[in-house]
Design a protein around this ligand. Structure first.
Ligand code: AMP
Length: 249
């Protein structure tokens, strides 16, 4: 059983995002970049499944600029076996990502694809669903539990009314939520070992796929600054302000 994991290089979630003055996007020059946090959870789950003897090989795939190799190396240090880097400078839309992942899934004959439920830079939550549609495979989204049982996978999903447990025939796509597990920190020896693990490189433009965007970003802007808070002296004053200043009651 081979597990393929999608790992996207995104702006580190703990640094402030600055919008470019021309409103064309977030300024990533010199910004600290990291693995998409949901993808860390996906890698961790793949490694746990392998450690439990349910999988033999984990392949980490990243699509993006050459520096995405660092993201793959992080996955390798966490326990993935090898990587595939599909290089392309443009930030591809989830449908294009799904088309590329489909090609790799088919080349590798992967039985399980683990993705994050969303990339925190585009917040699209589409790549997993698009890939399931392109492959015509079953999908379990927003997983907070994943088990492999023979030819099937059991996925626990957090839904409004509680927890829904579904069973999917393999091969399948699972997109993971943060509550699934606590990703491990790679140890120094594993970081060193990861440097020697193989990473195959391909150019997105050579894959013979239509990767043209379907959407045009018109403008990206900063959220409006939050007004400063005020301290009130009493409940009566609070009620008076809510009524007459904020006009919410
Ligand atoms: P999205 O639909 O863009 O919110 O992404 C959902 C998930 O698809 C991410 O958490 C990743 O696991 C995977 N994914 C999206 N874009 C990429 C990419 N460029 N490289 C690798 N995996 C990706």
């Amino acid at each position: 059983m081979k597990i393929l994991v999608g790992v996207k290089r995104v702006l580190d979630p703990y640094v402030r995002a600055y919008v470019k003055p021309d409103g064309s996007g977030v300024d990533l020059s010199n910004a600290k970049m990291s693995m998409n946090p949901f993808d860390e959870v996906a890698v961790e789950q793949a490694v746990r499944l392998k450690e439990a003897g349910a999988a033999e090989e984990i392949i980490a795939v990243s699509i993006g600029p050459a520096k995405s190799e660092e993201t793959i190396r992080t996955a390798l240090a966490m326990g993935a076996d090898r990587g595939v880097l599909v290089e392309g400078e443009r930030n591809l839309e989830p449908l294009a990502v799904a088309k590329i992942l489909k090609q790799i899934v088919e080349e590798e004959s992967a039985q399980l694809v683990l993705l994050g439920k969303q990339a925190i830079d585009d917040d699209c939550n589409q790549a997993g669903q698009s890939l399931a549609a392109l492959l015509n495979w079953p999908q379990g989204t927003f997983a907070s539990g994943v088990e492999l049982e023979g030819e099937t996978t059991k996925v626990v999903r957090e839904i409004d009314g509680g927890l829904e447990t579904v069973e999917l025939d393999l091969p399948a796509i699972v997109s993971v939520d943060l509550r699934l597990n606590e990703p491990r920190h790679a140890s120094l020896p594993n970081i060193m070992k990861a440097k020697k693990k193989p990473v195959e490189k391909k150019a997105a433009g050579d894959l013979g796929l239509d990767l043209e965007p379907r959407m045009k970003i018109l403008n990206v802007s900063e959220p409006p600054p939050r007004a400063e808070g005020v301290r009130v002296g009493s409940v009566a004053e609070l009620v008076e302000k809510l009524k007459n200043e904020a006009k919410v009651i």
